[in-house]
Design a binder for this molecule. Structure first.
Ligand code: PBG
Length: 338
């Protein structure tokens, strides 16, 4: 940026020659020079389906997001397809009485998540990438992501056996992509081997590579009627660590992850950038329940412009390196983009 007036930074005397504002003059100009843009196909809609429901229930801490019945879930999936959304990630909420210490409903072919997978696949076929959460916390009576040992600690290797079984059941129910989200060591490789041995070579793994023990999961716990007391800090990552995510990343890739994810999104954009710079597989970011709730709550009070805030957060996540974004606004934003 030398040129005329180079003696003084950016100008002749007091006047700037180089004027970045020229490229911001009109909406058309700004649109043309935008470095990043969102596309509906890279958005993934997380959706909850609950077993004992006649009517969908709105999640109070996530206005506009529902615990679906199988019927309304099918409708939501059809709407996502119509809007051009790329994928849907399903979470099952079993009847309270069916929760147990090992999360049996997670491996029951008639469990709510497996039924939901079959219904959604019947609705959308291959027009939407159908994904499922591969984790036990929705199904255990203690609310942890794995099974416990006799001292009440989450037992890593015993949990892997449960995940392997769960993976095969979800694959048989029609899931295209499994999202192991429990942060157990070795989960990607263990599940990959089990899938391959069962003939599910084509089912992909979206590894929750960097998943932090976050306060922003709060509304999700309501969304899945979580039974958790305590926290997940012995398996999810400490928010103070970034380099550790690169270690998790190397392991997930070595174990056969097809895609990797950073979660939450907004408080971890630096981690997202580091992961995105380090890999040659698609990188996803999960804009989680608390991120959604913050924007909706502030907007309800008239404190921020809701639609602008939504687009700004998604654009920020995109800019930080995400190819795919899981967001509860997926269908709404996809409609707005097209
Ligand atoms: C674990 C899981 C969680 C979320 C997705 N998968 C909760 C947790 O780890 O406590 C959170 C998603 C969100 O907050 O939107 N099955």
């Amino acid at each position: 940026y030398g040129g005329y007036g180079a003696g003084r930074p950016g100008g002749y005397g007091d006047f700037p020659v180089v004027r970045p504002r020229r490229l911001r003059t009109t909406p058309a100009m700004r649109r043309m020079v935008a470095e990043h843009r969102l596309h509906p196909a890279e958005l993934i809609l997380p959706a909850f389906v609950r077993e004992d429901l006649r009517e969908p229930v709105e999640i109070s801490s996530m206005p506009g997001v529902y615990q679906h019945t199988l019927d309304t879930l099918r409708k939501a999936a059809a709407e996502a397809v119509a809007a051009g959304v790329g994928g849907i990630m399903l979470f099952g909420v079993p009847e309270e009485a069916k929760k147990d210490a090992v999360g049996s409903q997670g491996t029951d072919p008639d469990g709510i998540l497996q039924r939901a997978l079959r219904e959604v696949r019947a609705e959308v076929g291959d027009d939407l990438v159908v994904m499922s959460d591969l984790c036990l916390d929705e199904f255990t009576d203690h609310g942890h992501c794995g099974v416990l040992d006799e001292r009440g600690r989450v037992d890593n290797d015993a949990t892997l056996e449960r995940y392997a079984e769960m993976a095969c059941v979800q694959a048989e129910a029609g899931s295209h992509v499994l999202g192991p989200s429990g942060m157990m060591d070795g989960q990607v490789g263990f599940v990959r081997r089990a899938l391959d041995e069962a003939g599910h070579q084509d089912v992909s793994l979206l590894a929750y590579t960097a998943k932090y023990a976050s306060a922003f999961y709060g509304p999700f716990r309501e969304a899945v009627n979580s039974s958790l007391t305590g926290d997940r800090r012995s398996y999810q990552q400490d928010p103070a660590n970034a380099r550790e995510s690169l270690r998790e990343l190397a392991l997930d890739l070595a174990e056969g992850a097809d895609m990797v994810m950073v979660k939450p999104a907004l408080p971890y954009l630096d981690v997202l950038r580091r992961v995105a710079d380090a890999v040659d597989v698609p990188v996803a970011a999960y804009q989680i329940s608390g991120e959604y709730a913050m924007v909706e709550a502030a907007a309800q009070r008239g404190w921020i412009d809701r639609d602008a805030a939504i687009m700004e957060t998604l654009t920020g996540v995109r800019r930080a390196g995400a190819n795919l974004i899981l967001t509860y606004w997926a269908t709404e934003v996809a409609r707005r983009l097209s």
